[in-house]
Design a protein around this ligand. Sequence first.
Ligand code: ADP
Length: 395
Amino acid sequence: MAGRHILVINAGSSSLKFALVNEQQEQFPIQGLAERLGSNEAMLHWQQDGEKHSRTISNATHTEALAQLLPLVEAVAGGKISGVGHRVVHGGEDFTAACLIDSKALTAINANTPLAPLHNPANLQGIAAVTALYPDLPQVAVFDTAFHQTMPAKAYRYALPEALYREHGVRRYGFHGTSHQYVSTQAAKLADLATNNSSWLIAHLGNGCSTCAVLNGHSVDTSMGMTPLEGLVMGTRSGDVDPNLHGHLARTLGWSLSDIDRMLNQDSGLLGLSGLSNDMRQLEAARSDGHPGATLAIDVFCYRLAKSLAALSCALPDLDGLVFTGGIGENSELIRAKTVAQLGLLNLHINNDANANCVRGKSGPIHQSGSRRILVVPTNEERQIAIEALALLNE
Ligand code: ADP
């Protein structure tokens, strides 16, 4: 098979997602997921040539799962994988771009663990698993936060005592950087503009949701903050609430910090508002049957999203367009229409037919003539990770 191959890995605490990316092919030759690692229900699922396969891998660790999937991946790659690209959640202020993994990088990723206590250790486990099996294969870390390191201080600082920033790293970092970077680059291509001379508002709407203002290929502000809880309404995450809420719940209900963390991260957002589901498809169906909770959840979701986009427009001297991406952004005609309907002051107006047609992986414009651009661009974080890994291998 022509073209170099990068194996992209996204390791979670009990899962490992993978995709083999070929630099010359649009489709991934093989991709899959090892899940419930460490339990006797551990499974490996993969997709190859349009066919789905599964295998039981009882009690497998990350390394054992990787040992099972690597021969499959290598066979598809014709025996030659050029490198591995790892998604790493938090790079703090140490990483402004992707980097080759060496002992210095490992120490710095580890040092940022207090900022992402669940994610960074899992990402490190993925790196350790590859190192154990292929010590000589080049590995690259691509950070969710790195793209946002170009934000100016006025965007990333909280109005808190300076020592909290200086000594403890309390600031806004932003996430979904890989997606915002990929999507803004693709939007510029679609609009026939140079990435380094274009300005975009991006709405990444999946289970996690964030907005980003991208100026000349650089993030200048984003809705997520020190953690991925800040900002928009998400599947189960609250997004912005009054910062006094913690104190209020502790005083009046006696809730502990972990009770409050769980409520804000797992029981809130679309799920909390609707009392029904965190899944937008289910909420849209319930709304059309008149379900009041689903109707409210969708109203709050779209209003808060529109408000965030309008706020982020302050970061841009001009606006070439608004871009929707992520499972909801790429597929939901309703959410796009309801959000854009509240952004008339930015001269954003949707074309209903184009909006209805742009679903299931299609990209393209969905605005009326006379409106600023509104585009749908499917995200592809694996591709972006492979692009960044290949760029580093070229150096
Ligand atoms: P993740 O952030 O986990 O990668 P995705 O980007 O896959 O998530 O987005 C998942 C969300 O996309 C879910 O809320 C799902 O209901 C929503 N979604 C997927 N397809 C549609 C659709 N056709 N209409 C509305 N929402 C959709």
